[in-house]
Design a binder for this molecule. Structure first.
Ligand SMILES: C[S@@+](CC[C@H](N)C(=O)[O-])C[C@H]1O[C@@H](n2cnc3c(N)ncnc32)[C@H](O)[C@@H]1O
Length: 440
């Protein structure tokens, strides 16, 4: 190497960023292996400049063009969301690689998605196109919600699911059990502006108004506060009479009260209600009440049943995924004493887990058979969009059906207005379910 060029390279090395020098000074190894640390610390731009200045008179021109190219490239990357997503921690492919799992296609539902069989295999009338059209309409409605921070209540996915179902079914009366600050009452009202609502909740939503945003509806009969009555104890005959309801198939019930869903379904069936939505349809091993999803998680259902064998593929995959998804459960959380995996470690939970009961596998099996004998339709709301788009980190896609807007479809996500919503609103998905029931 000519002496002049060698000096230039050496001086450039000396001019390495101060952090690098400090690190080297504080690091014995750095002092002994100087070439390695210093070479890595030279920025790409400095190295490129160094290269161009060796080229004689045309060097500065090339260096200038190189700088212009760099500026254009950085502008392009800054404005390209897909670049951000591809390199993102939230990207399923990136995560899958880290986890050592298969690619994108196998991510959603890769740990099985149990479902409830209906009596005659009937399904809902709406299609994914209807859901997409609904999303486009619902996003601006949701943006105008009165309760912006609905922590402990519904987020975007379930708000959309409830609005869509109510709007599609067009009931003559809507009943809600579990109102909290009134966000779900507001969602029901957006779906059906003119029909009455009955709301049951131990604490009246108006109580929350003193502390901040809440919603109290003008066309709603509240069984709340001192007038609270549990759904199972309401005199539904007189409530229906008061609202002029003669056909119970014209009523939609929404449960968000964290009660055992088997108990609720039996109570609704006894009255003759047919259309029910359950907000928290918790997956096996999670949640504070026995859910329809848990009940239908059975060995004879495709995607259902579990093994508590610690060396199984399921155990290995679950323990890896748990590190990435807050609601992911490993085999220790899934399996209780005696390898009881059903419900939550063999327990049928009720009332926010204030009460629970150990049940045998035979009982769990019977519960599923009972459900199948009264179900006309079972439909789990898919997540609204894939996690590389929403950046949600809570539910594990491996236990969920494919989203309405699949990963990679950022253009569609943006067109629907979903990119305008805060990430936290996508964190509450728990397989909301719509069911239609009738006596055996
Ligand atoms: C998760 S919050 C409901 C959130 C609300 N649906 C929303 O999205 O904003 C659960 C609510 O159920 C109420 N609750 C508790 N026990 C209940 C019962 N037996 N019947 C009806 N509601 C009940 C709680 O007081 C609480 O307001």
């Amino acid at each position: 190497m000519p002496k002049k060029m060698l000096e230039r390279v050496l001086s450039l090395r000396r001019a390495a960023p101060p952090h690098g020098d400090e690190a080297a000074e504080n690091n014995d190894d750095g002092a002994t292996d100087d070439s390695k640390t210093k070479k890595q610390q030279l920025p790409l731009t400095t190295r490129a400049f160094n290269y161009f200045t060796r080229m004689g008179p045309i060097g500065p021109c090339l260096a200038f063009l190189f700088l212009v190219f760099l500026a254009l490239l950085s502008l392009l990357l800054f404005h390209s969301h897909s670049f951000v997503c591809v390199s993102s921690y939230y990207d399923p492919v990136y995560r899958s690689r880290l986890l050592g799992l298969d690619g994108l296609e196998s991510d959603f539902g890769s740990l099985g998605v149990p479902w409830c069989r209906s009596k005659h295999g009937k399904t809902v009338e709406w299609t994914s196109k209807d859901l997409l059209n609904g999303l486009e309409e619902f996003v601006p409605i949701y943006e105008a919600r009165p309760i912006k921070n609905n922590m402990y209540g519904m987020g975007f996915d379930h708000s959309f699911g409830l609005w869509f179902t109510a709007r599609w079914l067009k009931p003559d009366l809507m009943i809600e059990s579990g109102a909290f600050k009134g966000h779900s009452t507001w969602v029901l009202r957006q779906a059906m502006p003119d029909i009455p609502i009955v709301s049951l909740s131990p604490r009246h939503p108006e109580k929350y108004l003193k502390k901040g945003p809440a919603y109290v509806d003008g066309n709603c009969t509240y069984f709340a506060g001192k007038d609270f009555v549990d759904f199972g104890n309401v005199d539904w005959g007189s409530v229906m009479k008061k609202h002029g309801i003669t056909d119970l198939s014209r009523v939609l019930i929404f449960f968000d009260d964290h009660q055992n869903e088997l108990k609720r379904i039996k109570q609704a069936l006894k009255v003759g209600f047919q259309h029910l939505v359950f907000e928290d349809n918790y997956d096996t091993g999670t949640g504070d009440h026995y859910s329809l999803r848990q009940i239908c998680d059975q060995f004879y259902i495709r995607g259902g049943g579990h093994s508590c064998f610690r060396d199984s593929d399921e155990a290995r995959i679950r323990s890896k995924r748990k590190k990435f998804w807050e609601k992911g459960t490993d085999i220790d959380e899934l399996c209780g004493p005696g390898e009881a995996w059903w419900g939550v470690r063999g327990y049928m939970r009720d009332n926010f887990n204030h009460s629970n009961q150990l049940i045998s596998h035979a009982e769990h099996f019977q519960n599923s058979r009972f459900l199948e004998s009264i179900l006309d339709v079972y439909w789990e709301l898919p997540p609204v969009a894939g996690p590389s788009l929403t950046h949600q980190t809570r539910y594990d896609p491996a236990r969920s059906t494919s989203p309405i807007v699949e990963d990679g479809r950022y253009g569609l996500f943006q067109r629907l207005g979903l990119a305008r919503l805060e990430t936290s609103t996508f964190n509450g998905y728990t397989q909301m379910v719509y069911v239609q029931i009738s006596k055996q």
